[in-house]
Design a protein. Structure first.
Length: 445
């Protein structure tokens, strides 16, 4: 390893900056897109990038529908025993203000097959956040809710599969009309019992949607070249928690990697984007992608999920070049790496990937993970707090991100053929359509 690079990695190991960044972000109340905490986070990160020597640091604002939660209630009524119970529930962002009362139907994991097998028309369905253990792919919340709506359900209850009295959250699409709320694992178990007894539920949600503003924090460093490597991470979070793991750790890793990379001699320009409103449907990255020429981007590195768990995970989204590069770089420093080559559309790389930009998403997994489907863990619940993070993991992943970013700035990486990407996602087309994320332009090919 180059002596200068080794020295900078050693400095990164001792740096207090990433933990300070994480601490500051998690101290800010409510980083939900468009809310005051998100703006305060953007102001802090703008100052942080400038202090590192990043050039042309700016905040780029964009309009959003700003959703604010009010009160949510859920009441179950078992008619056969004249039993009523109320449960804690949380409206999912962009849930409309509404009241619905209907029979309750248990649809298991909420997969299309399970929804097709039950009569869910004019019913409220309850489904687990988990993916069936033997399924060949991950089932996202958005497709479960979208498919339930298409089958005629009038309400959706998303039950956490992790114990701990932790109602989950996670956004709907802007304009969705199906009321959807999250409940804890423990509540979900009761609701399944009550559904088997023919119970009905009443859901009441108050919420508002007003014109709002979010912002991306952007900058650059390195030589001025024809194309650039884009490092990005979302800094917004759900309003129910501190957002330490999702995605304060990713932001901390990005800042620490920039601290090292900016001191290196690089072959390509590096652009930085700390994006807002990821949790509300990738609105920040979609806005950014629409404002740049994809031909000017050599590759995108999406830091979403990195720094959480001990083992680094590389999601290479159908690019053999990116997959091989990630394995080679990490093997050279004798560090474990989990690799997943399948593409997915549920994070900030997606607006760039579908335009052909090679994408590397850095995520993480526990050392003792069994290799099954992706687990959300504490994220999207009130338990996503700073105490769950580990400065050792953040530093190690920042060092590996530095090496991967440096290599990407040098290596030749082929563009991703949109036709290949579409083919790779062919089996997921029905679910992506249900979730509203199947690209319109693919219908024209």
């Amino acid at each position: 390893m180059d002596e200068r690079v080794a020295c900078l990695l050693g400095r990164a190991w001792q740096s207090e900056r990433p933990w300070r960044v994480l601490r500051t972000l998690t101290e800010l109340e409510d980083r939900m897109g468009g809310h005051p905490g998100e703006q305060r986070a953007a102001d802090f990160l703008e100052d942080e990038l400038e202090s590192l020597g990043v050039e042309d640091v700016t905040q780029e604002s964009f309009a959003i529908p700003e959703w604010t939660r009010g009160e949510t209630s859920l009441l179950a009524h078992v008619h056969s025993r004249d039993r009523e119970r109320t449960f804690e529930a949380r409206a999912l962002p962009y849930c409309p203000e509404s009241t619905v009362e209907a029979p309750l139907v248990d649809v298991g994991y909420g997969t299309p097959a399970e929804l097709d097998a039950r009569d869910v028309e004019d019913a409220v369905v309850v489904a687990s956040t988990a993916t069936p253990p033997k399924a060949d792919r991950f089932f996202h919340r958005m497709e479960k809710i979208g498919y339930a709506a298409a089958r005629g359900a009038v309400g959706f209850v998303l039950a956490n599969h992790q114990p701990g009295q932790l109602p989950p959250t996670g956004s709907l699409r802007v304009g969705d009309t199906l009321p959807a709320v999250g409940v804890s694992y423990e509540t979900g178990e009761w609701l399944r019992d009550y559904a088997a007894e023919g119970a009905a539920v009443r859901i009441n949600v108050t919420a508002s949607v007003e014109p709002g503003t979010s912002q991306n924090v952007c900058g650059r460093f390195g030589p001025e070249t024809d194309d650039a490597v884009l490092l990005l991470a979302h800094y917004d979070a759900h309003d129910v928690a501190e957002g330490a793991l999702d995605n304060g750790c990713g932001v901390a890793v990005l800042v620490a990697a920039v601290e090292a990379l900016i001191e290196m001699d690089l072959d390509r320009e590096v652009r930085i984007a700390l994006v807002g409103c990821e949790e509300l449907g990738l609105q920040g990255s979609e806005t950014l992608a629409a404002s740049v020429d994809a031909a000017d981007l050599h590759a995108v590195v999406n830091l979403d999920g990195v720094g959480r768990e001990r083992t680094l995970k590389a999601l290479t989204h159908g690019s053999d070049d990116v997959r091989d590069l990630a394995r080679e770089v990490v093997e050279q420093v004798d560090h474990p790496l989990s690799v997943d080559a399948l593409p997915h559309p549920y994070s900030d790389h997606w607006p760039f990937l579908r335009q052909g930009v090679p994408a590397l998403q850095l995520h993480s997994r526990p050392d003792d993970a069994d290799g099954g489907h992706w687990e959300r863990g504490w994220t999207h619940t009130r338990a996503d707090t700073r105490d769950k993070a580990d400065v050792r993991t953040i530093r190690e992943h920042a060092m590996l991100t530095t090496l991967l970013g440096r290599r990407l700035a040098t290596a030749d990486v082929s563009r991703v053929d949109p036709a290949m990407l579409q083919d790779a996602l062919a089996d997921a087309e029905p679910s992506m359509r249900a979730a509203g994320v199947w690209p319109d332009e693919w219908d024209e090919t």
